[in-house]
Design a binder for this molecule. Structure first.
Ligand SMILES: *[C@@H]1O[C@H](CO)[C@@H](O)[C@H](O)[C@H]1NC(C)=O
Ligand SMILES: *[C@@H]1O[C@H](CO)[C@@H](O)[C@H](O)[C@H]1NC(C)=O
Ligand SMILES: *[C@@H]1O[C@H](CO)[C@@H](O)[C@H](O)[C@H]1NC(C)=O
Ligand SMILES: *[C@@H]1O[C@H](CO)[C@@H](O)[C@H](O)[C@H]1NC(C)=O
Ligand SMILES: *[C@@H]1O[C@H](CO)[C@@H](O)[C@H](O)[C@H]1NC(C)=O
Ligand SMILES: *[C@@H]1O[C@H](CO)[C@@H](O)[C@H](O)[C@H]1NC(C)=O
Ligand SMILES: *[C@@H]1O[C@H](CO)[C@@H](O)[C@H](O)[C@H]1NC(C)=O
Ligand SMILES: *[C@@H]1O[C@H](CO)[C@@H](O)[C@H](O)[C@H]1NC(C)=O
Ligand SMILES: [Cu+2]
Length: 575
């Protein structure tokens, strides 16, 4: 269906004639579907909502979104609306066992209802239970109330969703193998995998049809489980205008860098000579040493085809010159070049801080407690992930939000997530891995626990996220539910408050919901906790989330009725 992703702005602006907030209603049936393998003959059974990617949700700022989710799959399922503030609707956020029990198999259902007020741009939705989001995801677009006329940049001639993903030909290995069989653009792998020789040739690449000299708004979403990407289009440059549904100062670049969980909106003018051009993604590998399982080093391609210039459609145009997979300098240049577009009426950085936290983020090693060593087979250490040495474990009886609502947290969670790591040392210098006589990697074996940090309603929180380099260094894309945050500063090495505070951008820092904390480095974020609920904060690399790279903010009630935790909806799934 080439061109089906093109949304004519004409249609967008006429629909926006409605002055009043509307209700956008969908029914999502999560079910098993037969779907073509990539570069291998035959189909595989996947869990999805009508395929990969799933349906797009389009709304205007201030609309009410209602999604009836029916679970016809064999798995427990929840859906998260990634980046939606969920003000007053904490029961609709979605992470399994944090804000709800899962929707169990057998046709059970739950209706998510929330407003998309006070935010606009490119967001997305995905499953938030086990590894299902690999194939259960889609775009969630919020346009300005007045339509394209409300964009704070020249009105584009068209819009395209460019959803980046990872694909496994065998669903069963998703949880165990970080090595995806392919990267995808709108579900398709492109020309680099030898697919042209297989029966799935028809399905191989996404196509974007453009008209010469027109301007397109690319809404790029990284829905991959574990991989950050470089993104380029041969012969074209981009002007970034938003990230994570927050407008940015226009930033011109030839390469876009996007971590799992992030979105980037970029304008692209089709100002090359009419022809067929290659759009491409390749992985940014921030980890060192590289992951033992390796990574997929292929470049995934799509076509940008000028109207009237089709080259027959089967030929592959030249690949862009992609950055090297370990090109941290390019990633860092992109990540640190973004600043917010300051607009009247938008929140500004709070200058005083009520709650300061310094949180180490990363992997460590733990001796497998079930292991019984023999002289021939010593015990292996297994990787664990932790924040301040707390390795997050989901509760299994009721959800954390339900436990809080019932005032029965005992046995479900505790409210003592620490504001500091247990020891302070050189977190990032590999050559200083010994503290006293102990290998530093063993200092953070992670305490398996379910801990929240309680925040007074309306408190301003500053969090220093300090990546560690104990097992290896790596960039962790840390995602906060329920809030956007300001990114005041980021850097490499160990955070030093004395020098870093002088670098804080308090004027126009970028606003995000997911920060790729630099590999072997740190980032400082600030947000106002003005939405009561239980809000997950976690690494958006699923193989890290599943081994504990998470914590929860427990935001207390305010004094007024509209700042108190609401009652759970009557159809909230039971455990
Ligand atoms: C493979 O999946 C596609 C998409 O769902 C479907 O159209 C096709 O019929 C399937 N083929 C087989 C052999 O099941
Ligand atoms: C959502 O918006 C509708 C219409 O403006 C309003 O009636 C409703 O109270 C809002 N819901 C929440 C939870 O704010
Ligand atoms: C774009 O505009 C330039 C300058 O007006 C013109 O020379 C060129 O032919 C146009 N390109 C296309 C593809 O229409
Ligand atoms: C490219 O992808 C194929 C299919 O998954 C894989 O076998 C191959 O090793 C990949 N190539 C690189 C360089 O990673
Ligand atoms: C790491 O520590 C070693 C040993 O003290 C020192 O020589 C080196 O300069 C340090 N590296 C960095 C990047 O600070
Ligand atoms: C981290 O937690 C583990 C498990 O509770 C504990 O054994 C270890 O001593 C902690 N690390 C430090 C540095 O306190
Ligand atoms: C929240 O805090 C800000 C100052 O940080 C204050 O201006 C505002 O009135 C507070 N709002 C409420 C509802 O307490
Ligand atoms: C599904 O969820 C229910 C309720 O929380 C739980 O009892 C059950 O163990 C879960 N099943 C799986 C396979 O996780
Ligand atoms: Cu991570």
């Amino acid at each position: 269906m080439p061109g089906s992703w093109l949304i004519l702005v004409l249609a967008v602006s006429s629909a926006a004639a409605l002055a009043h907030a509307a209700t956008v209603e969908h029914t999502f049936t999560v079910a098993t579907l037969s779907w073509p393998r990539i570069c291998q003959p035959g189909n595989v059974s996947i869990t999805s909502v009508k395929g990969v990617p799933g349906p797009m949700i389009e709304a205007y700022e201030g609309d009410t979104v209602v999604v009836h989710v029916i679970n016809d799959s064999p798995y427990n399922v929840t859906i998260h609306w990634h980046g939606v503030f969920q003000r007053g609707t904490p029961w609709a956020d979605g992470p399994s066992m944090v804000t709800q029990c899962p929707i169990q198999p057998g046709g059970n259902r739950y209706t998510y209802r929330f407003n998309v007020s006070g935010q606009e741009g490119t967001l997305w939705w995905h499953a938030h239970s086990s590894f299902l989001r690999a194939t259960v995801h889609g775009a969630l677009i919020i346009r300005p109330r007045q339509g394209a006329a409300g964009y704070p940049f020249p009105r584009p001639d068209g819009e395209e969703v460019v959803l980046l993903g990872e694909w496994w030909n065998n669903e069963a290995v998703i949880s165990s193998n970080v090595y995806a069989d392919a990267y995808t653009i709108n579900g398709k792998p492109g020309d680099s995998y030898g697919c042209e020789t297989t029966a799935n040739r028809y399905n191989r690449r996404a196509k974007f049809e453009v008209t010469g000299n027109s301007t397109y708004l690319l809404r790029i979403i990284n829905a991959a489980l574990n991989t950050a990407f470089f993104f380029k289009v041969v012969g074209h440059t981009f002007t970034v205008v938003a990230a994570d549904a927050s407008y940015t100062t226009p930033y011109k670049t030839e390469v876009i860098v996007i971590a799992p969980g992030q979105t980037v909106d970029a304008l692209m003018v089709a100002d090359a000579s009419p022809g067929c051009y290659c759009m491409a993604i390749s992985s940014y590998q921030s980890g060192f040493p590289p992951p033992q399982a390796g990574f997929n080093g292929n470049t995934t391609t799509a076509l940008v085809e000028y109207a009237g210039a089709a080259t027959g459609g089967q030929q592959a145009p030249a690949l862009p010159d992609m950055p090297h997979p370990v090109d941290t300098a390019t990633a860092n240049r992109f990540y640190t070049s973004l600043t917010a577009l300051v607009r009247p009426g938008r929140p500004t950085v709070p200058l005083s801080v009520d709650t300061s936290m310094f949180v180490t983020v990363g992997l460590g090693l733990r001796f497998d407690p079930s292991c019984e060593p023999t002289p021939q087979t010593p015990c292996q250490r297994i990787p664990v992930a932790s924040m301040n040495n707390q390795s997050f474990v989901l509760p299994d009886t009721i959800s954390m939000l339900d436990a809080r609502h019932r005032k029965t947290p005992d046995g479900v969670y505790t409210s003592d997530f620490p504001d500091q790591p247990p020891v302070s040392f050189d977190y990032t210098n590999k050559s200083k891995q010994v503290v006293g006589s102990v290998a530093a990697a063993l200092l953070f074996p992670g305490n398996p626990s379910t801990k929240a940090r309680t925040l007074r309603y309306n408190a301003t929180v500053e969090m220093v996220l300090q990546n560690t380099a104990l097992v290896g260094r790596e960039s962790h894309p840390m995602h906060l539910h329920g809030f956007n945050f300001f990114v005041l500063a980021q850097g490499f090495g160990n955070y030093d408050g004395n020098t870093a505070s002088g670098q804080f951008n308090l004027g126009n820092p970028q606003v995000r919901n997911t920060i790729a904390v630099p590999t072997g480095g740190w980032a400082v974020i600030r947000f106002v906790a003005d939405n009561p609920g239980m809000w997950f904060m976690h690494c958006h690399i699923d193989t890290h989330l599943s081994i504990g790279l998470a914590m929860v903010f427990e935001v207390e009630d305010g004094l007024t009725p509209d700042t108190k935790l609401p009652q759970p909806p009557p159809d909230l799934p039971p455990c």
